[in-house]
Design a protein around this ligand. Structure first.
Ligand SMILES: [Zn+2]
Length: 247
């Protein structure tokens, strides 16, 4: 293949733009904010089960507390009624009087027992509420941090996208200057060889694979016409001669 030496130099501009575009795309994919958002979202996700568990436990304990409250109220009401009857003087039979006093003593023990148990449940509920508050506080912090990282990500993306748009437009201009066959060859090699289709020969070294050229290769290059499109036998990439080639 043949191409004007100036056109060959433009191929190096195209390669530089493609390299810049690849780097921008890589930067876009690997922003530190993306890893941070991922990490925080995992934490929120992992904490979700803990929150549900603590909420369930808190509502169970609240229900249990309510149950004790109701029982205590019943016992109190019953005892108040007995006290009323005792105070009224309506009960005159000794046996009946004694039974009521017995029942009251038993109701008092029952109330005291219920109050002890209620207190235990309330202490447990308080501890669970503390855990829940801490979990919800942590979650709120993580969600706020996700939002902040999202703002940073969007700002970085906006900047990268502006550079991508600029470089893409410039690439189109350069690509339009190149003959179709040379461009197609470059694209094919670039796709197969990790994004590098052409390189400048610098100080006797292939710019594509960075290998030093052998003596006979250099001799062949010196003997080649300036418009001959050269390819490195080792890596297959297009080699472009410049004043820095050191041949
Ligand atoms: Zn090479």
């Amino acid at each position: 293949m043949k191409a004007d030496p100036f056109v060959q130099l433009r191929l190096l501009d195209l390669q530089a733009l493609d390299r810049a575009l690849d780097q921008l795309a890589h930067r876009r994919r690997t922003l530190p904010e993306l890893a941070e958002i991922d990490r925080l979202e995992r934490l929120v996700q992992a904490g979700r089960d803990d929150v549900v568990r603590a909420e369930t436990e808190a509502s169970d304990l609240a229900r249990e507390t309510k149950k004790y409250e109701d029982e205590i109220t019943q016992v109190r009401t019953r005892k108040a009624r007995n006290d009323e009857r005792l105070a009224s003087g309506a009960i005159t039979q000794a046996k009946q009087l004694e039974d009521l006093q017995h029942e009251n003593a038993s109701l008092e023990r029952r109330q005291s027992d219920l109050e002890d148990r209620e207190l235990e449940v309330m202490e447990k509920a308080e501890a669970v509420q503390e855990v829940l508050d801490r979990l919800l506080g942590g979650r709120a912090e993580h969600l706020a941090a996700v939002e902040q990282a999202g703002v940073g990500r969007d700002a970085a993306w906006a900047e990268i996208d502006a550079e991508l748009a600029r470089a893409t437009a410039e690439r189109a201009t350069v690509a339009a200057e190149l003959p179709a066959d040379l461009l197609a060859l470059y694209e094919r090699i670039r796709a197969a060889e990790g994004g590098v289709g052409a390189g400048e020969i610098t100080r006797g070294r292939c710019g594509g694979c960075r290998l030093d050229l052998m003596g006979n290769e250099k001799a062949d290059i010196r003997a080649a016409a300036p418009d001959q499109v050269l390819r490195h036998e080792e890596c297959g990439r297009i080699m472009v001669r410049t004043a820095e080639s050191g041949l």
